[in-house]
Design a protein around this ligand. Structure first.
Ligand code: CP
Length: 317
């Protein structure tokens, strides 16, 4: 049986994504009501590989696996042979003999893809330089629980056309979202991602638009979203990026341009008074901690989706 992976947002169909979000909502309600939870990972182990720092992803996956009855094993490059040059393929082959799934946060998307190609168990992308699909699932869950729907919702993303932006474009397109990205010239999302999002949107009603004016992009938005200006690995560019991205700060002026009930999102960690003003991040429109919480529920749903044969109609490809 071939393992089912989650390497890119588009590894789910629109209907699978919707079913997964329904499951995430159910898991959230069950946890809140302290009802006895199903334990589909009973007797199973999941390796969590972190080649980059993490707070939310690491903790939420660790708790998710444990709450589903499984055994999480966290490793990083510094304390494993990955850091001493063991190939991703050999690592995938060895881990596949021990664990039932592999979650990996790494650098190039190619490392995630190579891990999946060599593994015989499901591989989940916990962030690459190209995409952050687990974040986008939690973001969609958050938007849907507040707005009551996803199709037709306008999400305006301000800042770097990075991995988070790519996943919002792709996952948003699957859900029928209108995703408007305002970036400085030279820092836009990759054209191929925008094109792919629009191809999906042609079927779902979604739209992917790249703009350069922050206030124009924010006009009429239901959701305002931003991320750090310098991602992990770009720390030496922090000062130059701070100048370039200044006009894209998510501040009170941007909030005023959006719909009166617009919500504010940030995947965290945030830098107050850099990409987002403290007043907006800590203000009444901000749902950033709901987003962070939903990482847990969405990832429990994802793990169940990939590993629990009894869960809603998703088998191996
Ligand atoms: N948003 C996110 O992925 O957070 P961490 O880097 O803390 O995992």
């Amino acid at each position: 049986m071939t393992a089912r992976h989650f390497l890119l947002d588009t590894d789910l169909t629109s209907s699978e994504q919707a079913a997964l979000l329904d499951l995430a909502d159910q898991l959230k309600a069950t946890r809140r009501d302290r009802k006895p939870a199903r334990r589909p990972l009973e007797g199973r182990s999941v390796a969590l590989i972190f080649e980059k720092p993490s707070t939310r992803t690491r903790l939420s996956f660790d708790v998710a696996v444990a709450e589903l009855g499984g055994h999480p094993i966290v490793i990083d490059s510094g304390s494993s042979q990955l850091g001493r040059g063991e190939t991703i393929e050999d690592t995938a082959a060895v881990l596949s003999r021990y664990v039932d799934a592999i979650v990996i946060r790494t650098f190039a998307q190619d490392r995630v893809d190579r891990m999946a190609a060599a593994a015989t168990v499901p591989v989940i992308n916990a962030l690459s330089d190209h995409t952050h699909p687990c974040q986008a699932l939690a973001d969609l869950q958050t938007i849907r629980e507040i707005r009551g729907r996803l199709a037709g919702v306008t999400l305006t993303y301000l800042g770097d056309g990075n991995n988070v932006a790519h996943s919002l474009l792709l996952a948003g397109a699957l859900a029928g979202l209108r995703v408007h990205v305002a970036s400085p010239p030279g820092y836009e999302p990759i054209e191929q991602v925008v094109r792919h999002a629009n191809e999906i949107g042609a079927v779902t009603g979604g739209e992917a638009l790249v703009m350069h004016d922050a206030l124009e992009a924010a006009a009429g938005a239901d959701v305002l979203y931003t991320d750090v200006w310098a991602s992990m690995g770009q720390d030496t560019e922090s000062d130059s990026r701070a100048l370039v991205f200044q006009p894209y700060r998510l501040d009170e002026k941007v909030v005023e341009a959006a719909r009166p009930d617009a919500i504010v999102m940030h995947c965290l960690p945030a830098h107050r008074e850099m990409e987002i003003s403290a007043a907006v991040l800590d203000g009444p429109r901000s749902v950033v901690f709901d987003q962070a919480e939903n990482r847990l529920h969405a990832q429990k749903a994802l793990l169940s989706f990939l590993l629990d044969e009894t869960t809603a109609g998703v088998g191996s490809r």
